[in-house]
Design a protein around this ligand. Structure first.
Ligand SMILES: Nc1ncnc2c1ncn2[C@@H]1O[C@H](COP(=O)(O)OP(=O)(O)OP(=O)(O)O)[C@@H](O)[C@H]1O
Ligand SMILES: [Mg+2]
Length: 517
């Protein structure tokens, strides 16, 4: 190792270690998920934590911040051994964790959430004006146009994440831990978040950052620690690692070809056609065809109306006008049940609101949507178990123990379970919104190959994604939306980032609508 590298790994007395985990172990019942993991967080550094789904990242940061107690090892804060009885104790010592799965009270407003449990008071009374003003200031700092009085349940998931970030900022962290904060954010929001993180780094805050997006790690982080199967693999300066190196360290092997080879779909064989579909305030006059065996991508900036259009197609939203046909015959879809009867399945991007039964284990979750397959009155447990085994294998769902409550699954494994659940209904057409959110790079490629297999078997996929490589790597054609309109459907050589951006930003002479997704 060169001198420079040594210096970077040990940033020196001017950047002291603030918080360390030393030989941390953790078991849940009989299942051990962390083995002797050590990590140092220095003042003024962004330290990235990498690992496959289920590697133990969230568990480690929950221990560092007091949400969980380790079963072995110790925490050291400013050179003194500490233990945090709970997360409040952690916060009192300046350790703030932004959770992977959002932790807001949905029925409360933005300002109530930000000050929950630490309300500003004047004498005996709540100082609502002060809390509102402080919330507005935080929103301003994050360049978010969110009214402090909005209820969380009325906000899209990216705004909710920004509220979480505002809440953490308001707590004045010394050690700030972010568990996959950008999984649900848009590009613009990511930029804003990164500015804030860099500002905090300059102020000497120690930052621990979890993400599956290796580009982010490259641009943001100073050092990176990789976990695999609950064990510490390496800690190195980011400058010494290429993205491929990081992926290999995480997965422990080379990753096969990222995207699948696919047959070219037949142009004449249209399985779904949508004509003149409008949704009040969200979508104007959208028309497109989906072909058998095709992946049709839908691109656009947030608020362009993509989700609203899909929700209108599957009966989750009222349509103002428009016709839908399956295999050339008109259909009337007024509910998710109708959509299912028409062979259309939908995977939302909102994991929490997606109907996973968090208090139950995997089996009822998997078979919930397709119960009739397993007997209408008496459920055929054997068939269920067989389906479960197949799904675990097909989607590589990793739970320490199959009886683990789904709420305790790692984020990526919840996402895989959702995919498996949707597939249990054996749909002809799958509409997928952000299929690989929070998914590690190895599993991502598995999911891409899964989508490839689907289309090779004659199924069709509508893909909504904010990840450009995914959009370009999977889609046969890409429909672009802007301000409620489909502004272009790109094929062949036009399927490139430049054309997508051009259509996503210009609305080519059409009258836009103001959009509420
Ligand atoms: N409360 C719990 N009870 C039982 N098992 C748990 C609990 N919390 C986590 N686990 C298990 O610990 C293992 C590690 O999970 P963890 O959430 O730390 O993974 P992760 O690295 O954050 O993954 P991801 O990238 O998918 O978020 C998983 O097998 C998970 O099922
Ligand atoms: Mg996690």
């Amino acid at each position: 190792m060169t001198d420079a590298a040594v210096h970077a790994v040990n940033p020196g007395p001017d950047r002291p270690v603030r918080l360390s985990g030393r030989q941390i172990s953790k078991s849940f019942g009989p299942a051990q998920v962390l083995f002797d993991v050590s990590i140092d967080l220095h003042a003024g550094e962004v330290h990235a934590l990498l690992g496959e789904n289920g590697a133990g990242k969230s568990t480690l940061v929950k221990i560092l911040s007091g949400y969980h107690q380790p079963t072995g090892g110790e925490l050291v804060l400013d050179n003194a051994s500490v233990s945090f009885a709970d997360s409040e104790a952690g916060e009192k010592h300046g350790v703030i964790l932004i959770h992977q799965e959002l932790n807001l009270a949905e029925q409360l407003t933005v300002e109530e959430n930000i000050f929950l449990g630490r309300e500003i008071k004047r004498g005996w009374f709540l100082d609502k004006a002060a809390m509102r003003a402080e919330t507005a200031r935080l929103m301003d700092q994050l360049q978010c146009d969110i009214d402090p009085r909005t209820r969380i349940r009325d906000l899209p998931v990216s705004d909710r994440q920004m509220v979480e970030i505002a809440k953490a900022l308001s707590k004045k962290a010394d050690i700030l831990i972010l568990d996959e904060p950008t999984a649900v954010l848009t590009g613009r929001e990511v930029d804003i978040l990164f500015d804030q993180i860099r500002r905090l780094r300059e102020q000497g805050v120690a930052i621990l950052y979890i993400s599956h997006k290796l580009d982010e790690i490259k641009t943001l982080a100073d050092r990176v620690t990789v976990l695999r199967d609950g064990r510490h693999i390496v800690t190195q300066p980011v400058a010494d690692l290429e993205k491929d190196d990081m992926a290999r360290l995480m997965v422990g092997r080379d990753i096969r070809q990222m995207f699948p080879e696919r047959a070219v779909p037949d142009h004449a064989d249209v399985v779904l056609s949508v004509r003149g579909l409008s949704v009040t305030g969200a979508v104007r006059d959208a028309s497109f065809d989906l072909r058998r065996g095709e992946v049709l991508g839908f691109a656009g900036i947030v608020g362009a109306g993509r989700t609203a259009l899909m929700e209108a197609i599957i009966g989750l939203r009222d349509r103002e006008s428009g016709e839908i046909a399956r295999n050339g015959a008109p259909v009337s879809i007024r509910s998710l049940q109708d959509a299912k009867k028409c062979g259309i399945a939908y995977l939302t991007k909102d994991r929490k609101g997606s109907g996973l039964l968090l208090n139950m284990d995997m089996r009822p979750n998997l078979t919930l949507l397709a119960l009739e397959k397993f007997g209408r009155i008496l459920i055929d447990r054997k068939a269920e178990e067989a389906a479960l085994e197949k799904a675990i294998e097909a989607f590589d769902i990793r739970a320490a123990d199959p009886k683990t409550k789904v709420g305790d699954f790692s984020g990526g494994n919840q996402q895989k379970l959702l995919l498996a659940k949707v597939m249990e209904t054996d749909p002809d057409i799958v509409i997928i919104d952000e299929p690989t959110r929070g998914i590690d790079i190895g599993t991502k490629s598995q999911i891409y190959h899964f989508i490839g297999d689907l289309t090779n078997r004659g199924k069709s996929v509508i893909l909504l994604s904010s990840e450009m490589p995914e959009m370009l790597g999977l889609s046969d054609r890409i429909a672009v939306m802007a301000a409620g309109h489909i502004t272009g459907i790109l094929e062949g050589n036009d399927r490139n980032e430049h054309e997508i951006m051009r259509h996503a930003t210009g609305i080519s002479g059409k009258q836009g609508v103001s959009v509420h997704e």
